[in-house]
Design a protein around this ligand. Structure first.
Ligand SMILES: Cc1cc2nc3c(=O)[nH]c(=O)nc-3n(C[C@H](O)[C@H](O)[C@H](O)COP(=O)(O)OP(=O)(O)OC[C@H]3O[C@@H](n4cnc5c(N)ncnc54)[C@H](O)[C@@H]3O)c2cc1C
Length: 402
């Protein structure tokens, strides 16, 4: 599909036949009297209405015709995710990085918060580095839902025109921001592991693994605004709160239609299979194919329990069905940043390293002295894991009094 940027109804040609209303898969067109009206917060410029209209009354303008003036866009925004009214830690990581980038660009750092009864959290976002907080508070925004969240965020973007918008590469963030990117016709780089500013061009440099993690690609978005990126949890360091910081809280509200949803939320069910919270753990003991079998994983679990840690796994282990996917660390699993990561029988392929190499201390146990895991390890033990792991468990139990 060619790149489109704006849509228009030619009122003099519109007969009010309603064909476009029926054709629109997104419910973005309604009739006002005998004229069709397009809701630009919902329209995705898919072109279905143009094809359906027998009177050539709908025009999609080509990008050049409708190109926005990029200089209208300013400030760096961080979408701050909340669950059950609690700000998620990925937001503090983004505010930390966002502060650094906003200072390089010489613009304000703005937090965007959507929810119900969230006003009390705004001060915390200022303390973490935000100069302004855009708050949209409504019972309709209590729990995340694609339609209202994406329409509200799109409306905010259209109104205030940020030049950069960052969001966590979480389940919610990925679902939300891709919709906003489509609605605003903006470029989006998913799953970034590094962000910087090209000071000369004033562009966001968005770095992410490409080609199965074999190269790191740096992507720029020179032609559209906002420049949008999702960032993996635990890749950036959280900003430290500073209670003395001052900031502005800007409350926004939108017409009722903006909060409407095509789906109905019946219930929020906590995932019960997830026995560990890998992403938040301080110590992780991970096992790889070298562990040999699902039963042998007991020694990895025992070591993890002895240090109050969580159990991680390589993809080889998950693919073999020895451990559930929720334990997988790496490019297609979780990114973790614990204080201590103990890798047992893991070779250290790039796709695994991407998910754990920012741990403060990495201990590797592997019988192959040339295993790539040793290139990132703080401490390396070249030996049989079946000898080392139980010995470590016994030692930790003793010194930790268990
Ligand atoms: C697109 C893509 C995405 C991927 N995403 C991920 C991902 O998210 N996470 C991930 O982990 N992988 C991922 N992979 C797979 C990755 O490339 C590796 O295949 C995988 O990490 C290997 O797992 P492993 O280290 O457990 O197994 P192996 O590479 O087979 O290594 C086993 C290691 O155990 C050692 N060993 C064996 N026996 C013992 C013993 N008794 N004592 C001590 N050491 C022993 C061996 O020396 C060896 O180094 C991905 C691959 C692709 C292509």
């Amino acid at each position: 599909m060619p790149d489109k940027a704006a849509i228009k109804i030619l009122n003099e040609k519109c007969t009010g036949c309603g064909l476009c209303v029926k054709a629109c898969p997104f419910g973005a067109i309604s009739m006002e009297g005998k004229q069709a009206v397009i809701d630009l917060t919902t329209c995705t410029f898919c072109g279905a209405c143009v094809e359906a209209c027998k009177f050539n009354a709908i025009l999609i303008l080509m990008k050049e015709e409708a190109k926005a003036d990029l200089s209208d866009y300013k400030d760096l925004w961080v979408f701050c995710e909340q669950k059950k009214g609690e700000i998620q830690s990925v937001s503090f990581e983004l505010l930390g990085k966002g502060r650094e980038l906003a200072d390089k660009l010489g613009v304000s750092l703005c937090a965007v918060l959507l929810g119900d009864g969230m006003e009390g959290c705004c001060g915390g976002l200022v303390a973490r580095g935000a100069d302004k907080v855009y708050l949209v508070d409504s019972p309709k925004l209590r729990n995340y839902q694609d339609d209202p969240y994406s329409k509200v965020l799109t409306a905010l973007v259209r109104k205030h025109k940020p030049e950069i918008l960052l969001c966590g590469a979480t389940t919610m963030g990925r679902s939300l921001i891709s919709r906003v990117a489509v609605k605003t016709r903006a470029g989006l780089t998913a799953d970034c592991t590094g962000l910087d500013i090209d000071r000369e061009e004033k562009l966001l440099l968005q770095t992410r693994p490409a080609f199965g993690g074999n190269i790191m690609a740096t992507i720029i978005t020179p032609d559209t605004r906002p420049q949008m990126a999702t960032v993996r949890h635990k890749v950036m360091k959280e900003s430290e709160p500073d209670a003395k910081r001052k900031g502005e809280i800007i409350k926004e509200g939108f017409p009722e239609e903006t909060y409407s949803s095509r789906s109905r939320l019946i219930d929020v069910v906590e995932e019960i299979e997830e026995t560990v919270n890998l992403a938040e753990a301080d110590i992780i003991v991970s096992g790889g194919r070298g562990v040999g079998s699902p039963d042998n994983f007991d020694i990895i679990k025992e070591l993890a329990v002895s240090v109050n840690g969580a159990v991680g796994a390589s993809r080889a282990v998950v693919d073999a069905g020895w451990m559930p996917y929720s334990h997988q660390v790496g490019q297609t699993g979780k990114t973790v940043c614990p204080k201590i990561y103990i890798a047992c029988g893991i070779s250290g392929q790039i796709q695994h390293l991407i998910g754990m190499k920012s741990a403060d201390i990495i201990v590797a146990v592997n019988k192959d002295p040339d295993a790539p895991i040793f290139s990132v390890a703080t401490y390396g033990i070249v030996d049989d894991l079946f000898k080392i792991v139980p010995a470590l468990t016994t030692h930790f139990k003793k010194i930790l009094g268990k």
